[in-house]
Design a protein around this ligand. Sequence first.
Ligand code: FAD
Length: 428
Amino acid sequence: MTKIIVVGGGAGGLELATKLGRKLGRKQKAEITLVDKNRTHLWKPLLHEVAAGSLDDGVDALSYRAHAKNHGFFFQLGCLSNINRDDKTITLSAMLDEEGNEILSQRKLSYDYLVMALGSVSNDFRTPGVKDNCIFLDSPEQAHKFHHKMLNKFLQLGEKQTQKVNVAIVGAGATGVELSAELYNSLKQVKSYGFDDISSSDLNVTLVEAGEKILPALPVRISSAAHHELSQLGVDVRTATMVTEATEAGLMTKSGELIEADLMVWAAGIKAPDFLADIAGLETNRANQLVVERTLQTSRDGNIYAIGDCAACTLEDGKQVPPRAQSAHQMASCAYDNIIARINGKPQKDYQYKDHGSLVSLSQFSTVGSLMGNLMKGSMMVEGRMARFVYVSLYRMHQIALHGYVKTALMTMVGRINRVLRPRLKLH
Ligand SMILES: Cc1cc2nc3c(=O)[nH]c(=O)nc-3n(C[C@H](O)[C@H](O)[C@H](O)COP(=O)(O)OP(=O)(O)OC[C@H]3O[C@@H](n4cnc5c(N)ncnc54)[C@H](O)[C@@H]3O)c2cc1C
């Protein structure tokens, strides 16, 4: 039986494994295995909400094992460490528990088709002190770490052991902008849980961006609108400010200024995981991404595909597909079609990137962004309720791809009920 392995159960990989499992796995036409280093999946664009405490990932996370069982594929818990293209195997490194005891030994799995969907990690561009002093928002664990530290700081504020909480965020892309706004929402919620004398002036968020404007990938009018909203909330937005070092006291800038901070988040760029650089002789770019043809097959091995943030796909106009959830979603559909076509001996198709626009959520305060459509030439700026609706729809589309319409509707209802039953802010 044809063996298909998808490594990485994120925005792209989990959708792909689910579709392949439903189409081929259930009918035993192929054996589909999803590999992930974690036991549960949380859609990555929700991580800033986990960090700020407005989302309890214990409620939203999905168990890979249970999902695999229900959708006709197998799940292997493990961390990919190598690929052997000669004997078509991948190696998963040994898994250790918290005490360092081995729970699973090193394993090899064989494949006919391999799909790499490992996502990306933050890129600190080797800036001194960043690894030791900044938190990255790459995983739920890191988001929890930030959340706990922030709660402790709020506690100290409430007990008047500290005067202000200073948070500095490097990188004003969607992650940095959304986190800045979400922190003010958290502070507002904290007030309603017993810390009555805390005010928004007790939180000091500085958003630092090396470029001339925030949200560099978006049109000027959207970044200006977001900039205005953040300033209204109280965020100190510093554009054209290059961070040269992170120290225990804060961020050093190129002009020699120290931006003091108790908590620092680095969200200034992404790269694929370092171990991918030249893995198994596959072609990679400077950001360690696997170079793929338009069919999403890696340039040096047609049996290995790459999708999502870890893939470097160049479009007809020479532009790179951006590392976004919508790209990962679309690439999962294209890889699915192409793998099915390969199995049926039919020709594969080229991936077409459809930019549906970008939306940035400023927590419950506002949502701004642009939508692209066939009816409008170029993009249309949207704001307010309409933008919020479309922003939430992106996540709903992911849920529908995984669970179908009925279960997604039920999950939406449970979410609404939980908003009444559970605290608005995760307090532990
Ligand atoms: C805070 C935040 C907000 C964002 N907001 C938006 C947004 O509003 N809109 C948008 O379009 N995009 C947004 N993004 C970007 C978006 O999350 C990514 O582009 C998208 O998740 C990429 O999907 P992926 O499938 O490539 O990787 P991911 O979703 O990152 O999944 C990768 C998976 O691979 C697994 N993995 C990694 N290494 C290994 C290994 N060695 N072995 C086994 N498994 C491994 C991981 O555990 C993970 O499950 C945001 C990102 C962040 C961090």
